[in-house]
Write a protein that binds this ligand. Structure first.
Ligand code: IDC
Length: 474
């Protein structure tokens, strides 16, 4: 009897302790980003665009191969509103402490091409495999200047797949010497932060520049995962944020987690960062997404779909958890694939759907011509163009509570709650199939459609709390 009671008590305590813990672990993750990037009117921005361009990694002047007509074509074909524009540290600071403003002026000229068409520009200090100096031919890595590359004579062996260079001793040592975790005393992190300070000062008054993506796909060298994210990476970010805020209080600062693992759906342990600007923080969590099954050669097709969906689900949940911990917006800085492979377009659709409902911005990798891009090597339009050409609310007059686009039914649903002082219209981009503005159901509202930009403007009453807008083709 006593034994039985003891067993019951233990069972109850067990359920409370462990069952409770287990259900806490299973707690539903957030379903939407807790905050949005906002524009000058206070509207929530939904950012949709491309990375431009991988070509910047290898051109001598560090500029992407791009002319203004291609920016025009991108808007006409896909109605995008953001570009993640690749910069190279090697061209920002070709010699220690000497910045190349001629290069930045050329970047500014390209920023203007985008600005003239209503785009926002995110400047991305790109690197893969540290820098060009990791191999004598210089055609493998990109980013850091040669003077900032200290491999101490360690080897970098030839690899078939570019990612494997990250494991070569010389590359690991170059990173360790950057992070200050190697033996050599360097002040490269400070140099890097100062270079950002210079770039931010240059663009501080340029309204088209939305913000700064501090480092593409950070790699810790010999220090990995939590130790890296909470150690040297957090230290770099703090220094850069401080340096940027001395010259630009308004730019949004995009922070990427360690790429390895997090790109596949594992959680990031980046800490919360202080933003010393007056007013609300402007820090954005900006991870990438490259599901492991696809990195290993799988396709988003047939039996290949389920494992990808599983890891994409983890990715979404883990990313939203960081966003909630930070109370920050989310920008998916890269996802992409050879879209001509089986299921390629379905994958793009899938990620775009997830980003819509989770209120995340994104930039597809990349605009470079070829099988991954919207246009082929001869500039020919590929089916990816139509997949990327989706209806979306690019600016929302309040706090979004629902964003859902059904690409088959051609139906866009948006709901939001009013925010004090936000009176500008909600702006919705509509692809050609919607004709002249589609059919709009938004209760007491006024609508107008600009056939040139294909923007539907919906003015709602800011004294009303909740709003719903549904646009269909019929
Ligand atoms: C790839 C380019 C490829 C280049 C390689 C190394 O498509 O031509 O050889 O970089 O520079 C990333 C990186 C991004 C990669 C992209 C696709 O941020 O620079 O571009 N990717 O591999 N992370 C995961 C995938």
């Amino acid at each position: 009897m006593r034994r039985a009671r003891l067993a019951t008590v233990l069972a109850v305590v067990g359920i409370l302790l462990f069952g409770g813990a287990a259900s806490a672990l299973r707690d539903a993750p957030p379903t939407m980003a807790p905050r949005f990037i906002t524009d000058d009117e206070g509207r929530a921005l939904l950012l949709r665009g491309l990375n431009t361009a991988s070509s910047a990694k290898s051109t001598p002047d560090g500029l992407p191969i791009l002319d203004e007509s291609e920016v025009e074509r991108e808007y006409r074909d896909m109605g995008t509103n953001v570009v993640r524009f690749l910069l190279q540290w090697r061209t920002v600071e070709p010699e220690p402490g000497a910045y190349d403003d001629t290069y930045l002026a050329k970047v500014a000229e390209r920023v203007e091409w985008y600005g003239d068409r209503g785009y926002h520009v995110i400047l991305d200090m790109h690197q893969d495999l540290y820098g060009g100096a990791i191999t004598p031919e210089g055609n493998v890595g990109n980013g850091a200047p040669d003077w900032a590359t200290e491999m101490e004579g360690l080897p970098v062996g030839k690899q078939d797949q570019w990612e494997f260079y990250y494991l070569e001793p010389g590359v690991i040592r170059a990173f360790d010497n950057f992070w200050g975790t190697g033996d050599a005393a360097t002040d490269l992190m400070r140099r890097y932060a100062d270079a950002w300070g210079h770039v931010a000062e240059y663009f501080a008054d340029d309204d088209t520049v939305l913000g700064y993506d501090l480092m593409n796909e950070p790699w810790g060298g010999s220090v990995q995962a939590t130790a890296f994210e909470n150690g040297p990476l957090a230290a770099l970010y703090e220094t850069c944020i401080d340096r940027i805020r001395r010259v630009d209080e308004n730019g949004w600062i995009f922070l990427e987690p360690q790429a390895v693992g997090v790109n596949w759906g594992l959680p990031s342990s980046l800490p919360v960062f202080d933003d010393p600007r007056p007013g609300e923080d402007r820090i954005v969590f900006a991870p990438h997404l490259y599901p492991l099954p696809m990195d290993l050669g799988g396709h988003y097709d047939g039996d290949g779909k389920a494992p990808v969906d599983t890891t994409v689900g983890w990715w979404r949940d883990n990313v939203l958890r960081v966003a909630q911990r930070w109370n920050a917006p989310v920008f998916l800085g890269e996802f992409g694939l050879d879209a001509t492979q089986p299921g390629g377009l379905d994958f793009v659709d899938k990620i775009a759907d997830i980003a819509d409902t989770a209120g995340m911005g994104w930039a597809y990798w990349s605009s470079d011509p070829g099988p991954w891009g919207p246009y082929g090597g001869n500039g020919e339009r590929q089916p990816l163009v139509s997949t990327l050409d989706r209806a979306y609310p690019r600016a929302i007059a309040g706090t979004p509570t629902l964003i859902e686009y059904d690409a088959d039914a051609l139906r866009l649903s948006v709901a939001f709650t009013s925010v004090d002082g936000v009176t500008a219209p909600t702006e919705i981009y509509l692809p050609d199939v919607f004709g002249n503005g589609g059919t709009v159901d938004c209760g007491a509202c006024t609508v107008s459609f600009d056939p040139d930009t294909r923007i539907l403007s919906v003015t709602t009453d800011p004294t009303v709390g909740e709003h719903s807008i549904v646009v269909t083709t019929r």
